[in-house]
Design a protein around this ligand. Structure first.
Ligand code: ADP
Ligand code: ADP
Length: 239
């Protein structure tokens, strides 16, 4: 599971048209890299996928379900906020700037959402969080606060936190661009493992070597339109 279907999505901010009829289907287990110039709408596209942004026209579904709406009697109705929050957890988003809670330890950052949402009891959440921290190579940093961690470590905690909600799809918005160059590799290693485990991933990044290596498909966005789409070779190896 974890199919994303974006169909003819249009989005503007005031007078600025940011997405112009974007369509994109990501199959379960597929890894899609989104590249394109700054301001081309990559971040906005990711945010529409988990309904952090609404669309002006078009639709986005995850495994056939709308995150912000439900279909009743053939018509779409907006869902109440708490239902949106629940459905949004199916699509994890990892941000450029980690966005960890500064007053919580690494472990607490990972347990917070599942406990808050009533998914699991605290003890069980802790056990799972420790396993996740181990998976991203940070089992021995569980008690550290974000300020005591390097950027790469913080981003790996952020990935563990996203995984704690068992999302069907994981979105990455420039996950390594706030990192010092020597720390990029450790975050890429974690994403690479997720790709090999069959998680559906959509990754916005400027690290062309990395997207080329891990993507099944690359989408090139320009001025809010899909300009090109294909295998890494098709999109990146132009004559
Ligand atoms: P990218 O991720 O490719 O750099 P973005 O999706 O962040 O592109 O931005 C696309 C365009 O939308 C830019 O022109 C940006 O200024 C504009 N934009 C993004 N978010 C907002 C917003 N919340 N309000 C107004 N304009 C925005
Ligand atoms: P990023 O693309 O790195 O994720 P943002 O999406 O936060 O960054 O912002 C992208 C661009 O959108 C920036 O140029 C920013 O100035 C512009 N932007 C973001 N939010 C707004 C807003 N509410 N109103 C106008 N412009 C915005």
């Amino acid at each position: 599971l974890g199919q994303v279907v974006v169909e003819n999505v249009w989005k503007s901010y005031g007078q600025t048209l940011v997405l112009r009829g974007v369509s994109l289907t990501v199959d379960p287990g597929e890894v899609v890299g989104i590249i394109g110039p700054s301001g081309s709408g990559k971040s906005t596209l990711l945010r529409t996928i988990n309904h952090l942004e609404t669309v002006d026209r078009g639709s986005v579904t995850v495994d056939g379900t709308y995150i912000g709406y439900e279909r009743k009697g053939g018509r779409l109705h907006e869902l109440p906020e708490r239902d949106v929050l629940k459905r949004r957890t199916e699509v994890g988003l990892v941000f450029q700037n980690f966005n960890l809670f500064p007053h919580l330890t690494a472990l607490q950052n990972v347990t917070e959402a599942p406990v808050d949402l009533g998914r699991v009891a605290k003890t069980q959440a802790r056990i799972e969080a420790l396993q996740l921290l181990e998976r991203v190579g940070l089992a021995d940093h569980a008690g550290h606060y974000p300020r005591q961690l390097s950027g790469g470590e913080q981003q790996r905690v952020a990935i563990a936190r996203a995984l704690a909600l068992h999302p069907k799809v994981l979105l990455f918005d420039e996950p390594t661009s706030a990192l010092d160059p020597e720390l990029v590799g450790e975050v890429e290693d974690v994403i690479r493992d997720l790709a090999h485990e069959g998680t559906t991933l959509i990754i916005v990044t400027h690290e062309i070597g990395f997207v080329r290596e891990i993507s099944d498909r690359i989408v090139f966005l320009d001025h809010g339109e899909v300009l090109e789409e294909g295998t890494p070779e098709q999109v990146l190896d132009h004559p």
